[in-house]
Design a protein around this ligand. Structure first.
Ligand code: 0X9
Ligand code: ZN
Length: 416
């Protein structure tokens, strides 16, 4: 009798331990609030909550902010919201339900698809398979290395041409923030369109450029978000015994560590790293980018503000071809609206003017260090990093049109 209960105990203990080891951070009863009102008051709310819980998740939005509030913070949240006279609406009353729904059943299916979100190994397998299926049109490329020893894998699409001069390069950097799942999903969709579409506009889009496309430049973080903590944003580099990860979009060597950056390794969101390029991902990717000649455009995909952002992120001063960037950006958005007019994107405009100032971002470094003429950050659609898997295709079609709109106007303005 004793033996049996001992075994039961061991078994129960095993279940408990394995649930903790492989368990996904549940976010049970965490509510998502949209908060509107004075920016400074919202800042005060954020500080107060962060003091009680440094894993607080928040995002600035065009008219305020969005907060994911743990049950133990709800009283404090309500108290400060009343004190500060802020307006709140509930976006999700239990974010764990959304997290569950995203990991839809299809993800185990053999065929890679755009009706579910996939883990990094599946994304990499897809890139590898496409490079094998279309060897004349594409090749697998390595843009850098990660803390956990992964390669930052991408696809180069550079179809054979009769011209002697090299084609202009368009670089796509996607998924630098781990939790912005719609970005890698959209990017693989765009790759699929470039390689398989019979639409003459899209084959021309493919053939005119030397594409370097990286669906996930923070693959360690993405895998961690996929398997452990859905709201993880950073890399996974070890900082202290207790804390790890830096924000890879605060870590580039241009005006590093100034705005929207912290020097606290335990900050859940915007720790800038111990020094510029402290993260192997940004350092190696920057070296790869620097080795490219003839880069016409650098495009970074994030989510979920629905905005089109121009350099510089930490200054309201305009770059010399700002007016062109606005024209190209507008054309890109207009093409996108052929697919989806639900909600219009804000911008194009400098991140500093229409979102918030932030330093150490990839877009700013590329523009400043390399002088790449056309540099954009797209904040794709979503609610709290969530975009229903059933609508990935639509977002992918929208981005495909956006790329067409971008190059069409760039051509009119003489960029190629
Ligand atoms: O803060 C960021 O890095 C980006 N927004 S996100 O919600 N996806 O994290 C914006 C990047 C460009 N703009 C700025 N750096 N302000
Ligand atoms: Zn982002």
């Amino acid at each position: 009798m004793k033996k049996i209960s001992f075994c039961v105990l061991i078994f129960v203990n095993f279940l408990f331990v394995s649930a903790n080891v492989s368990g996904y951070r549940s976010y049970k009863n965490y509510k998502c609030f949209n908060v509107q009102g004075d920016r400074l008051r919202i800042e005060r709310l954020r500080h107060a909550l962060q003091e009680s819980d440094e894993t607080l998740t928040y995002a600035d939005t065009r008219d305020g902010g969005e907060f994911i509030v743990a049950p133990h913070l709800e009283d404090l949240f309500n108290k400060i919201v009343t004190q500060e006279n802020l307006k709140t609406t509930v976006v999700y009353d239990d974010i764990s339900k959304i997290i569950q729904s995203e990991k839809s059943l299809l993800r185990g299916s053999k065929e890679f698809s755009w009706t579910a979100y996939y883990d990094i190994d599946d994304i990499y397998k897809y890139l590898t398979n496409m490079s094998k299926s279309y060897p004349n049109l594409s090749e697998l490329i390595v843009g850098g290395k990660t803390y956990q020893g992964r390669s930052i894998l991408g696809l180069r699409i550079n179809t054979p041409s009769q011209e002697c001069t090299p084609k202009p390069v368009i670089f796509i950097e996607s998924g630098i923030h781990a939790r912005e799942w719609i970005a890698p999903a959209t990017t693989t969709y765009f790759i699929k369109e470039l390689l398989t579409s019979k639409d003459a506009n899209i084959t021309a889009l493919r053939d005119q450029f030397d594409w370097r496309i990286f669906p996930s430049v923070n693959p360690d973080g993405y895998h961690y978000s996929y398997t452990v903590d859905r709201l993880w944003r950073k890399t996974l580099s070890r900082s202290t015994n207790r804390c790890f990860g830096a924000d890879p979009n605060r870590n580039w060597n241009y005006n590093w560590g100034q705005y929207s950056s912290t020097h606290n390794p335990c900050d859940y969101q915007t720790y800038a790293g111990s020094r510029p390029f402290s993260e192997i991902e940004t350092r190696t990717l920057a070296a790869y980018i620097q080795s490219i000649d003839n880069m016409m455009a650098y495009i970074s995909f994030h989510s979920y503000a629905a905005m089109l952002l121009l350099p510089y992120s930490d200054s309201t001063q305009h770059v010399h071809n700002y007016d062109d960037l606005v024209k190209v950006g507008k054309s890109s958005l207009d093409y996108g609206y052929k697919v989806n007019q639900d909600k219009r994107y804000q911008g194009p405009g400098t991140a500093a003017e229409i979102l918030y100032k932030a330093s150490g971002g990839s877009m700013d470094w590329v523009r400043h260090a390399l002088g790449t003429p056309l540099v954009f950050t797209y904040e794709l659609r979503g609610n709290s990093f969530h975009w229903p898997p059933s609508r990935i295709q639509e977002q992918g079609d929208e981005v495909t049109q956006m790329m067409l709109g971008l190059v069409t106007e760039a051509n009119k303005l003489g960029y190629y």
